[in-house]
Design a protein around this ligand. Structure first.
Ligand code: SAM
Length: 275
């Protein structure tokens, strides 16, 4: 299992540095050279086509600008994860997020006890992971699961700033498997991560094997319609609430609770269906 562990940390708190993110960022910068080369070629062609026709050039530039704006916004929240980790983390951690995300109310609604094992799938920068660690500290266990190692590094560093003893494992997961130990988890939690998964019925069939008896799965994700307002990215890949219920039913779960206090997101709880 591809994990690293932080527990009962006695290490001095380190100041977070985006240097941690340098490696993935450098890889991305290399990729951007390729994009620049392609763009150079395109610009040469454009220059040739627009010679002697400044109106065409102005029209082309304006159209390109109008097309690029939504694409750039969508880039921040695309299906396959961040292209710029630092920017993505800033987006997930922005303080004004609390207003609609209501993290403390979410934690209260989940009715946790401090002996629980909680898996935060698609944990990202740890916006919720830290709340879970704080709730169970060293009596319970928190698994932060993500496919993006840079996110998990940031997540772990920020947990250290809580200055509390804790048990946590950081799992670099596979796209189709959270790599959690069998029969280990009381609560599997996903916030804005469900819509990132492919073949979700298969994924949650696999998740079933990781749950303890009476284990739960809680899913928070954006409404695909006007209720979520302007999210700054395309809603094409969001999953409607009813589809989540259908897919989870197909995977062998039944809905056990629905919380309705989040203005832009549904918040559903599932348990394994009785046979
Ligand atoms: C929008 S972020 C949400 C982060 C966090 N849950 C929050 O609410 O702040 C989605 C996260 O899911 C992760 N992710 C995407 N596909 C995944 C997969 N198949 N398994 C686990 N994590 C995944 C991304 O890397 C990203 O960190």
């Amino acid at each position: 299992m591809n994990t690293y562990c932080g527990s009962r940390s006695s290490r001095p708190a380190r100041l977070f540095s985006f240097a941690l993110l340098d490696v993935p960022l450098r890889v991305r910068l290399c990729r951007s050279h390729l994009r620049e080369a392609t763009a150079d070629f395109g610009l040469n062609c454009l220059a040739t086509a627009s010679m002697g026709n400044p109106g065409f050039l102005a029209f082309f530039l304006l159209s390109a600008l109008l097309c690029a704006a939504p694409a750039l916004a969508q880039h921040k929240e695309q299906h396959r994860g961040p292209s710029d980790l630092k920017e993505y983390i800033e987006l997930l951690e922005r303080p004004e997020r609390d207003k609609d995300q209501k993290p403390d109310e979410v934690i209260k609604a989940l009715n946790l006890d401090r002996y629980m094992t909680i898996a935060d799938i698609g944990a990202g920068s740890g916006y919720f992971t830290r709340k879970f660690v704080w709730a169970v500290q060293d009596k319970g266990m928190v698994y932060a699961v993500d496919i993006e190692p840079g996110m998990l590094k940031y997540n772990e560093e920020m947990i250290e700033h809580l200055h509390t003893p804790y048990n946590a494992k950081f799992i670099v997961a596979k796209e189709n498997d959270p790599l959690l130990p069998p029969k280990s988890v009381d609560l599997v939690f996903l916030c804005n991560a469900y819509h990132h998964l492919d073949k979700r019925a298969d994924y949650f069939t696999r998740v079933k094997a990781t749950l303890k008896p009476k284990g739960r799965v809680a899913i928070i994700d954006f409404y695909h319609d006007e209720r979520s307002g302007n999210l700054g990215f395309s809603k094409d890949h969001l999953i409607p609430r009813d589809t989540v219920i259908k897919e989870m039913t197909d995977a062998g779960y039944t809905i056990s609770k629905e919380h309705t206090f989040l203005p832009k997101q549904y918040f559903l709880e599932f348990v394994v269906a009785e046979k």
